[in-house]
Design a protein around this ligand. Structure first.
Ligand code: FAD
Length: 489
């Protein structure tokens, strides 16, 4: 139920963020009997989840299996993914898709009445369920938000920002928040960060402006470990435009349906269905060689009516995809790193959890496989809901220190991240970034410097090769900002 906060609220579970991960986690906890406070600072369309186009990866076809999905995920992760996290995702994802159907999400069907399964880069099978063509995120979040808004055990606190985590006796005991009626606190057993990623920290991005690593900053200030901040995924095909639609993502599902990438000579130069890191680097090399701002995405073989929101944006841009190619280039897209968690979303600070894009379970390694992130929101969101509601309550709900959110990044810091921690990095650029005034930029620089190799989304011009000694390793950023390389179990 929508709720006007008093000075202190109590809940079993506080969930910060109402994208796919937060909504699903809140609904799952409430279904099991927990009283939930759901804190959301933006309207629905401000979450990355709302913008998701392609869909949700799940091994649902008779020709497919969780093992094959796991093999594809591990291969895309370039030797850095955590096998146990990959197994959890691939085993549980089909069940979570069915759960979403029970919750009322209507996925696109095929002619036989089954689910229509799409193909995307890096997947060896058709396994992407989608809704409304390329409007999957919109359809799913609308349905989950409608359920959360009317659930009797969920207090939805809209237009409310979690400004600090509360920490008492080495345990997270809730959040301090600012809503329309002023500041208040929420005391809870478990606190779940579901605040989304950090790709909008980079100057060129596909993400909504709020995706600036809020959960990472909150968790770091409260003393929790972060991991793998060096792994920012660059999506290969974001629109290049002088207008407000610059950075609009054109899903790789269109490449699954036959779209081609062409260089300035009109020639193909990459396997369009290779994993994202490979395609993005191939485009970056072409752009560097030609000095052009974009390559061409040719959609002439694709029925654009199947991707209505892409058709709408291209029409706004005055591009007819039936006769013209589309200028595209890479943009920062997905944060593989985040708050370091176990496979139930537990952070290193007791009482604190992180799920969805703000978390790092190690699932994605150095390169996320397409459509695994929405699947992660539901699989890990569900698991964390069960663990968080069983945390012991705070001994003294009144006494707590506040770990505050820093000020948002400046345009200069966003430019510096794009320039110095973009598709290719070097020690020189990273040492410039290490002096940036924005704290998260400095932490990202530290993680990039610590990984002295090139792997997946992290390409160092001064360490151009993959170092096998770093297979299955992740870079842990401690509360003091120091970085240590650790191996996944
Ligand atoms: C254009 C685009 C297309 C994509 N397509 C796909 C796809 O097809 N398949 C796929 O698997 N993935 C896709 N992704 C990635 C995927 O959408 C995201 O990884 C996923 O939706 C993240 O969900 P989330 O719930 O973790 O975060 P988000 O959906 O970003 O939600 C975060 C929420 O936290 C709130 N918040 C943040 N800070 C605070 C605070 N301090 N207090 C209160 N609230 C706060 C925000 O307002 C927001 O509501 C796409 C991403 C983009 C940008």
């Amino acid at each position: 139920m929508p709720h006007a906060p008093s000075t202190q609220l109590r809940a079993d579970v506080t969930v910060v963020g109402a994208g796919a991960a937060g909504l699903f986690c809140a609904l799952a906890a409430a279904r099991e009997g927990a009283r939930v406070a759901l804190v959301s600072r933006s309207p629905l369309d401000g979450s990355a989840s709302y913008w998701a186009q392609g869909g949700i990866a799940a091994a649902l076809s008779v020709d497919d299996s969780p093992e094959r999905h796991a093999q594809d995920t591990l291969a895309a992760g370039r030797g850095a993914a955590r096998p146990s996290a990959v197994k959890v995702l691939c085993d549980d994802s089909p069940r979570r898709v069915r759960e979403l159907q029970v919750l009322g999400v209507r996925f696109d069907g095929d002619r036989t009445g089954g689910l229509a399964l799409g193909l995307e880069g890096g997947h060896s099978e058709r396994r992407i369920v989608h809704a409304g063509g390329s409007a999957t995120g919109r359809r799913v979040t609308r349905q989950l938000a409608a359920l959360a808004a009317t659930h009797e055990r969920i207090d939805v606190l809209e237009q409310t920002t979690a400004s600090a985590l509360r920490v008492s006796d080495g345990r997270c005991t809730g959040v301090s928040a600012v809503g329309q009626d002023g500041a208040f606190t929420i005391v809870s057993r478990g606190t779940v960060l579901a605040t989304g990623g950090a790709a909008a920290l980079w100057g060129r991005t596909t993400n909504p402006p709020g995706a600036v690593g809020v959960g990472l900053a909150l968790a770091h200030a409260a003393g929790a470990d972060l991991a793998d901040l060096e792994f920012m995924q660059f999506h290969p095909t974001a629109l290049v435009s002088n207008g407000p639609r610059d950075g609009f993502l054109i899903t790789e599902a269109v490449r699954g349906e036959g779209a081609l990438l062409l260089d300035s000579a009109g020639e193909r130069f990459v396997d369009e269905l290779a994993p994202r890191d490979e395609v993005a680097l191939a485009i970056e090399s072409r752009l560097r060689a030609s000095g052009e701002p974009s390559v061409a995405l040719d959609l002439r073989a694709v029925d654009i009516s199947r991707f209505p929101n892409i058709g709408e944006v291209l029409a706004e841009e005055g591009i007819d995809p039936a006769t013209e190619t589309i200028p595209v280039a890479p943009a920062a897209h997905y944060t593989m790193g985040g708050v370091a968690t176990d496979l139930d979303g537990r952070a290193s600070l007791p009482g604190l959890y992180a799920v969805g894009e703000c978390a790092c379970t190690g699932l994605h390694g150095a390169n996320r496989l397409a459509s695994n992130s929405l699947a992660e929101c539901f699989v890990l969101g569900g698991r964390a809901s069960a663990a968080a509601r069983h945390e012991p309550g705070p001994s003294d709900p009144g006494a707590a220190a506040e770990a505050m959110l820093p000020a948002p990044p400046s345009e200069a810091s966003r430019d510096a991240l794009w320039r110095n921690a973009g598709l290719r990095r070097s020690a020189e650029g990273l040492s410039e970034l290490s002096d940036d005034p924005f704290p998260l930029a400095r932490l990202i620089a530290g993680a990039c410097r610590a990984r002295e190799e090139s792997r997946g989304a992290h390409q160092r011009t001064d360490f151009p090769d993959l170092d096998p000694a770093l297979d299955a390793s992740h870079a842990v950023v401690g509360p003091d900002g120091s970085v240590r390389m650790e191996r996944w179990e």
